[in-house]
Write a protein of this length. Structure first.
Length: 231
């Protein structure tokens, strides 16, 4: 069957990666979490002291370092879950901490970071048969994607989901702090100049505030089926 490109964009913590992973698995497609790439660059910048006391970024040093930041994905042989590697090191857990979440959006707003990662993402999707989730996949990375989904849910629901996720991983977090981070990232992501988060004109909107994971998965498979039958 002909393979297409699927772009899933939307607000932070609305479960994009859960739905994108399940869709890729059932469709036999590759899954790429573009947010993990921005998170890996952020971790690199944090580790190399590129944020000052007021959290200003040393753009010059980061831009110089970009060619030496290699990000790749490998499947965990046991769980079959994709793991993010930064220069050969598995950083999957570390990039999901609140520390990285609270520094990622300013990093993702830097045009030279976006240019480098967008190029890599386009390379990964050259053969189609890919599900990529993020903020600008349907608008900037794959504007020609055959299926575009724009996901959202209420802030309360999203903060609660992220809080539960971090808790279940054993991280000490405060619900209010998580909610603030979700709101801050949404603000920066929608207001930046380069490739801001916005709904592509041809995207289908999904508000999953009141949907179970099963329900949204079925909905997505239906969208894929309908799209493929159209051709
Ligand atoms: O999963 P969650 O919604 O927490 O976010 P993520 O997909 O891991 O992305 C982390 C951050 O990276 C976002 O808040 C954006 O600032 C940035 N990002 C981006 O700018 N463009 C993308 N295509 C993906 C992520």
């Amino acid at each position: 069957m002909k393979k297409i490109t699927i772009a899933i964009d939307g607000h932070s913590s609305c479960g994009k990666s859960t739905m994108a992973k399940a869709l890729a698995r059932d469709a036999g497609y590759i899954y790429v979490d573009s947010g993990a790439m921005y998170r890996a660059v952020t971790l690199f910048a944090l580790r190399h002291g590129m944020f000052d006391e007021t959290d200003r970024i040393d753009n010059v040093r980061l831009e110089e370092a970009m060619p030496g930041i290699q990000i790749s994905f490998k499947l965990d042989p046991e769980t079959r879950m994709p793991q993010t590697f930064l220069n050969g090191e598995n950083v999957e857990e570390e990039i999901r901490t609140l520390k990285v979440s609270s520094h990622v959006s300013p990093i993702a707003a830097l045009p030279f970071v976006r240019a480098a990662l967008t190029r890599q993402q386009q390379e990964m999707g050259k053969e189609k048969g890919i599900v990529m989730d993020g903020r600008d996949i349907g608008t900037a990375v794959f504007p020609q994607a055959e299926l575009k989904i724009f996901v959202t849910a209420s802030t309360e629901v999203r903060a609660r989901r992220r809080y539960d996720e971090l808790k279940s991983k054993g991280q000490q977090v405060d619900l209010e702090e998580v909610r603030k981070n979700v709101e801050e990232r949404d603000y920066i992501d929608t207001h930046r100049e380069t490739a801001p988060l916005r709904q592509a004109e041809d995207a289908i909107v999904l508000d999953n505030s009141n949907m179970t994971i099963e329900e949204q998965h079925r909905w997505l498979l239906e969208q894929l089926q309908t799209r493929i039958e159209k051709d």
